[in-house]
Design a protein around this ligand. Sequence first.
Ligand code: URA
Length: 442
Amino acid sequence: MLPQEVIRAKRDGQMLEPGHIAGFVQGLCNGTISEGQAAAFAMAIFFNGMSRNEAVALTLAMRDSGTVLDWSETAGGRPVVDKHSTGGIGDNVSLVLAPMLAACGAFVPMISGRGLGHTGGTLDKLDSIPGYTSQPGLGQFRKAASAAGCAIIGQTADLAPADKQLYAIRDVTATVESVPLITASILSKKLAAGLGSLVLDVKVGSGAFMATTEDARALASSLVSVANGAGLATSAILTDMDEPLAPVAGNSVEVLNAIGFLTGAERCARLRDVTMALGCELLCLSGLAVTAHDALQALEQSLKTGAAVECFARMTGALGGPADLVEKPGSYLEVAPLEVAVYPERAGYVSSIDGRQIGLAVIELGGGRKRPEDKIDHCVGLTRLAGRCEQVDRDHPLAIVHARDRTSADQAVERIRQAYTIAAEPPERRTAILQHLKADDI
Ligand code: URA
């Protein structure tokens, strides 16, 4: 079918055949389809959506546009698993969950992203470790994953290149916010990474891309349905992002927080709840645990025995980081020269937090990018972020700003004050886990 006929059919709300979708994706990669045609195709999908079969066909065609990794020789019989988050603030789950799963017998080749919009990126956080190679060649990736049971790296150019091309076009044609396009984009990369099972952390709230539970549920349903349709055992958990997940936001500060979690020096309850829920789901999906209770015990043991922090140390070491990073994180993770405490204008309880403003404060400090080519300042960020229901006053700040200079610190202080609403009474508590979504629920 001619590309313009494929676009016309989708424009008019018709169902596309898998072969037509595959042909279009091939054409995008070999240059026989123009950027204009790809943009029109994306816009037609934006307005008319896709059926589950169409979205599965698009996902598989994008997966097959590049290398599909095969871990059968490297994983040594261990189930190959991963988790994906739709992005949030203070979300360093990947840094702690990957080594915990590895310590429980899983093989975790995790392909992570950089910061997107106001949210932080796992890869940017790892880049604050001196020497860590976040974009290694396939050989080093395999070696590190084999040695540690987990390795967290960035997307390579040969994994789902059609997604890279289409994403760049969507980014400048107002077609990012389409559920089938987001679904195919995320899952094509996960399928190309050669996984056996996947759990999705779909965030809801002011610090997430999906502000409402309805929108988040629609995305989660699509992801779970299409992933399973493409042969990848997947479930999702909707989690609350109406406040930062950990009381820190930035790069070095989040790595420090993750190391503190793994060693037991500091374990915040919300980060723990979400990590455990995602881990239990994945251990059960992959067959490493029979019940959620067994899975929880295995994850707890991985922390208690030090096996998880050992996997983290092996992973960072194998990817070029310091051998004694977990023993002496303060010697390696750079700290910003200026620390400023942000106090509330009046004493009371935190009743709501605009998570997006917190993310923007980190970007303005230099911890995120304003333009794609910007370099990140890894040492800046926020710590001791007060959570919902917490009491704040002259002795208990909203946050500590870690800044490079006075001007950026003042700007962050202002943004943080705006992000927090203080009330005389504490609001009702909310749990971090909102809903589980399994293939059978859809
Ligand atoms: N993340 C992705 O990888 N793709 C999207 O389309 C949106 C978020």
